[in-house]
Design a protein around this ligand. Structure first.
Ligand SMILES: Cc1cc2nc3c(=O)[nH]c(=O)nc-3n(C[C@H](O)[C@H](O)[C@H](O)COP(=O)(O)OP(=O)(O)OC[C@H]3O[C@@H](n4cnc5c(N)ncnc54)[C@H](O)[C@@H]3O)c2cc1C
Length: 425
């Protein structure tokens, strides 16, 4: 079967690995997509960054691990914190709330968590929407004090009841006070100072990748596509580009499908990577969660606390994930940077603007996809009938992490009867 794979990110490259072939078309001059890394040389030394924290949250996925065989991945214990009421609490907050100085608040939360902590009841609960899931997993007090505003900031959606529950959110968010671990208690990361892009680079070995190959349009009836103004024929396409963009690319798409795809929404993203002078506040923090609406960021992480070689001695390489509540487009996002720096100084993550050795804001048109299961299922079925499979976090239009995207790529290879047992090709 001749297969074109659109996108040399983790998903496209995993699919190519799983079938042991295919032609990967990548618009950019480099591979990696969202799992890219870069280094900056400064007067104090070299800093390395990803596009936000790209930690590998592996959960019992042996075939995924097979694809990564030979790649030195180091296991880390999460050291995460929550900034709440201007104090630092261990993550998860549904455990550490007990250290809050207000004993009435603590009793109230304890009482509410007891009401929702029966795991069996939680698993069988059919949540109406995202807000309902959070409220019925953590109780009203923790919801109001942390989960509501954190998620409002992360998605940039003021009313969380407008967000559906996707495939993976249940797994991620439903953590009662019975388990301190959650889905990311341990995580993996490529060893050394090369960053998360080591994963797609490993997957890309011996693959046929055509860089600078922009898929401009696809024709379903003629089974042709235009790549850099040249027309090629195709039999099967596996696409990893954002689903609404894929639909836009199809010249003869059904008008109902085109219309439906316009309903799909996602949050925009602004990641600010910074190389800064280290201060004691950075110590022992993999990442931190900030729900307070007065700060423009919802999560901050330290690459160099995971792999110390990612910043020179005495410095930290860090990322700041900013809320789309505070910008509507790239121009507004980039204008936010000075205010974000002031916020970082206010909470003590940096002491002085002069401590910043390097800074790069990265604007993302698509960060979190807001799931719409009915619409995506309808579109996916239509595409499949025409020999196009749209997979990955943006191709499926759900919230997934790298290991889930890799598993999805493997499952599709199996479904198509093209999965190669590793080592025989
Ligand atoms: C800020 C942020 C933080 C994240 N943190 C984590 C984390 O900690 N852990 C984790 O596991 N996951 C994390 N993720 C998710 C992870 O990035 C994704 O699950 C994964 O990288 C998606 O890979 P992909 O290959 O499906 O898509 P992408 O990486 O988006 O790759 C798609 C590729 O398609 C190419 N392309 C687009 N249009 C065309 C075209 N017309 N023609 C040809 N090529 C095209 C693009 O250039 C790109 O290379 C994070 C994501 C973001 C945005």
């Amino acid at each position: 079967m001749s297969i074109y794979i659109i996108g040399a990110g983790v998903t496209g490259l995993s699919f190519a690995s799983a079938i042991g072939g295919g032609t990967v078309l990548e618009r950019a001059p480099e591979l990696g997509g969202k799992a890219s890394s870069y280094s900056v040389h400064t007067s104090v030394g070299k800093f390395t960054f990803d596009i936000g924290g790209h930690w590998f949250h592996l959960q019992n996925a042996p075939k995924v691990m097979q694809l990564l065989e030979g790649l030195p991945l180091k296991k880390h214990v999460r050291r995460a914190f929550v900034y709440w009421d201007e104090e630092w609490f261990d993550f998860p907050i549904q455990q550490s709330y007990r250290t809050h100085p207000d004993s009435r608040l603590v009793d109230q939360i304890e009482h509410e968590l007891a009401a929702v902590e029966n795991e069996a009841a939680i698993r069988s609960h059919n949540y109406l929407n995202y807000s309902d899931m959070l409220l019925n997993s953590y109780g009203p007090t923790l919801f109001e004090h942390f989960f509501r505003d954190y998620n409002v900031k992360m998605y940039g959606v003021p009313n969380l009841s407008q967000i559906q529950i996707g495939k993976y959110e249940k797994v991620r968010n439903v953590r009662t006070n019975q388990s301190i671990e959650g889905y990311n208690h341990y995580f993996y990361y490529p060893q050394g100072n090369l960053g998360a892009s080591e994963i797609p680079k490993h997957l890309a070995k011996n693959k046929q990748i055509r860089y600078n190959s922009h898929v401009q349009s696809i024709n379903l009836n003629k089974r042709t596509m235009t790549i850099n103004n040249q027309v090629s024929s195709w039999e099967t396409i596996v696409s990893t580009i954002p689903l609404p963009k894929l639909i836009d690319t199809i010249a003869d798409v059904d008008s109902e499908i085109a219309h439906l795809s316009q309903e799909l929404q996602s949050s925009r993203g602004l990641i600010i990577n910074m190389g800064v002078k280290r201060n004691p506040m950075h110590a022992n923090k993999s990442w931190i969660y900030i729900s307070d609406l007065k700060y423009r960021f919802y999560r901050i992480g330290f690459y160099s606390n995971v792999e110390s070689e990612m910043a020179p001695s005495g410095y930290s390489s860090m990322y700041v994930e900013c809320s789309p509540l505070y910008f509507k487009n790239q121009h507004e996002a980039l204008n936010l940077v000075p205010e974000v720096i002031n916020d970082l100084i206010e909470i003590g993550i940096i002491e002085d603007k002069r401590d910043i050795m390097t800074l790069k804001p990265i604007y993302l048109e698509h960060n979190y996809c807001l799931p719409d299961i009915e619409v995506t299922t309808h579109i996916q079925n239509y595409l499949r009938q025409h020999g196009i499979y749209s997979i990955g976090r943006y191709g499926s239009w759900h919230w997934s992490s790298q290991h889930e995207d890799m598993q999805q790529a493997i499952s599709l290879a199996e479904e198509l009867g093209a999965y190669q047992i590793l080592g025989i090709y």
